[in-house]
Design a protein around this ligand. Sequence first.
Ligand code: ATR
Length: 275
Amino acid sequence: MKRACVIGWPIEHSRSPLIHGYWLNKYGVSGEYTKVAVHLDEAAAFLSGLADNGFAGCNVTVPLKEIAYKAADRRLPSADAVGAANTVWLENGQVCVENTDTYGFMTHLAQSAPDWQKGSGPAVILGAGGAARAIVHGLQEAGVDHIVVFNRTAERAKALARDFGSSVEAREWDARVDAPAWARLIVNTTTIGMKGEGDLGLDFKSAAKSCVVADIVYVPLETGLLKTAREHGLTAVDGLGMLLHQAVPGFERWFGVRPEVTDDLRARIIADLVG
Ligand code: ATR
């Protein structure tokens, strides 16, 4: 019986047990996936004790992603790019980490908007936290040569641009309003729009028809940003797909089966989110 878990503080809200539990059941794997509340002060000790406590690995959520990255014995480039890790596994007694947000976002983008690279103009990222870094990394890997980052706290956007090189440019938060007129892809990585709160203030009247708009917020599934984009005939990419796809690599590492993100799994999670 293999065991994995998700750690964070608080941890009650995590949907990861639902996703992994669905796959354990679907693939008939003899395994268990639980939630464990781990405080920041206990995180490094928890990770070094994974094997002793019978875990094959774990997912890591807020606020432990940076400490998990630092505490690891081995880090994949996906984690180096972000400076944070969300997936942990053991290999030859070593604690290994990666960041699967890049994989999750890029996989869902490719499936929901296969033509996303066909438009012209830069990609726009709203926000400059860990999720923004994971997505900038993915876009760079996909060959996007101009990425504009807007963030409320200008210094954080500038730091991101410095870390990712000359293809990334930081601009003033207030200038974001014009982005739909020239962007080929717009991604919201801020918490604006979560539970219907706040408005990004973008107007898609002058957007190119090929512009793709993505949100990483998934409560509600159709955020104000995505609704407005759809009303203007643009392709809208929801945040739930990233959540589901980022779970795939961890499940495969711990339980030995590469799971599929299906419509049925999506429907189960949506039912839980609205229930
Ligand atoms: P994550 O690691 O999940 O990306 P984070 O590091 O907390 O989360 O980043 C949250 C992002 O949402 C940041 O870019 C934050 O902007 P600041 O760097 O200025 O804090 C952005 N954000 C959150 N609330 C916001 C708001 N009301 N208006 C504008 N940006 C907001």
